[in-house]
Design a binder for this molecule. Structure first.
Ligand code: NAD
Length: 264
């Protein structure tokens, strides 16, 4: 049996998921990359980049809001690549709306992707890991907005607090199988999600079009990062690389900030 470890990364077509998938390949893991059908071209491109690094790669179109599709994703990792050692439940969406303008269907959709999607990933990955009997790593995407509420962030913040709770529960229930569960909590990171959210906030009546990222963070009720710049996807991938590694074996149930010192 191959000793190469195998990772699955959702939302891998761009942004943090892309950086995480490439970093795990650099770390020597074979990687299954998953994203929506609308991102199939980017997904195949990333799979090619992973293959070019000498690792095995598989791209699987997956909508994480559909539990059956997540089950299939994990089954593909097991049947094609030979198992699953790391699940990075990274896919997420970030629409913003003040509570007075909140659309309840949009709230449901955010919870469905950001929280229920992570639940499906954790459960199906954990079932496969328990069956394999070689431990594993469950890793979820929380956020600085999962540590405190923020303006316009009712749905997003609720979902990211939820990821923290889910990760703690998974840590408690799966420790006996040598499966750890941890989440990463990024601050503002330079990805398409961040750019889109910033542009929407700048266009809203609450802000002037020339406001800076720091102004908006302050208005959202976040403190300014001590390191006054956006983080890079690679800086988040570095944290995930460590959590995914065997070196993190005594760390579980944590939601770890990578936010330039916005919170401590
Ligand atoms: P992004 O929008 O750049 O990329 C997210 C990816 O998830 C996209 O490729 C998208 O197609 C995919 N996705 C969306 N819905 C999906 C679904 N239903 N099924 C499968 N894939 C789906 O976002 P990002 O900045 O790379 O963020 C990645 C994760 O990190 C998200 O969970 C996000 O909430 C979290 N996060 C990001 C930041 C930031 O500043 N960028 C900060 C805190 C937390």
């Amino acid at each position: 049996m191959s000793t190469t470890r195998i990772a699955v990364v959702t939302g891998a077509a761009q942004g943090l998921g892309r950086a995480i998938a490439l970093r795990l390949a650099d770390d020597g893991l074979d990687v299954v990359v998953a994203d929506l059908a609308s991102k199939s071209t980017q997904l195949d491109q990333i799979a090619s980049e992973i293959t070019a690094k000498g690792r095995k790669a598989l791209s699987v179109i997956t909508d994480v809001t559909d539990d059956e599709q997540v089950k299939n994703l994990v089954q593909q990792a097991v049947s094609v690549l030979g198992g699953i050692d790391v699940m990075v439940a990274n896919a997420g969406i970030c629409p913003t709306a003040p509570l007075l303008d909140l659309n309840i269907q949009e709230f449901d959709q955010v919870l469905s992707v950001n929280l229920k999607g992570v639940l499906s990933c954790y459960v199906h990955a954990a079932r496969a890991m328990v069956a394999q009997n070689r431990g594993g790593r469950l890793i979820g995407a929380s956020s600085c907005a999962g540590k405190r509420g923020a303006y316009g962030s009712a749905a997003y913040s609720s979902s990211k607090f939820g990821v923290r709770a889910l990760t703690q529960t998974a840590a408690i229930e799966f420790a006996k199988y040598d499966i750890t569960a941890n989440a990463y909590a990024p601050g503002p990171i330079d990805t398409p999600m961040h750019t889109d959210a910033l542009e929407k906030l700048k266009a809203s009546k609450e802000f002037q079009s020339d406001v800076t990222m720091i102004d908006i963070l302050k208005a959202m009720s976040f403190s300014r990062p001590l390191i006054e710049r956006l983080g890079t996807p690679q800086e988040v991938a570095g944290l995930v690389s460590f959590i995914a590694s065997k070196d993190s074996s005594y760390i579980t149930g944590q939601t770890i900030s990578v936010d330039g010192g916005m919170s401590f």
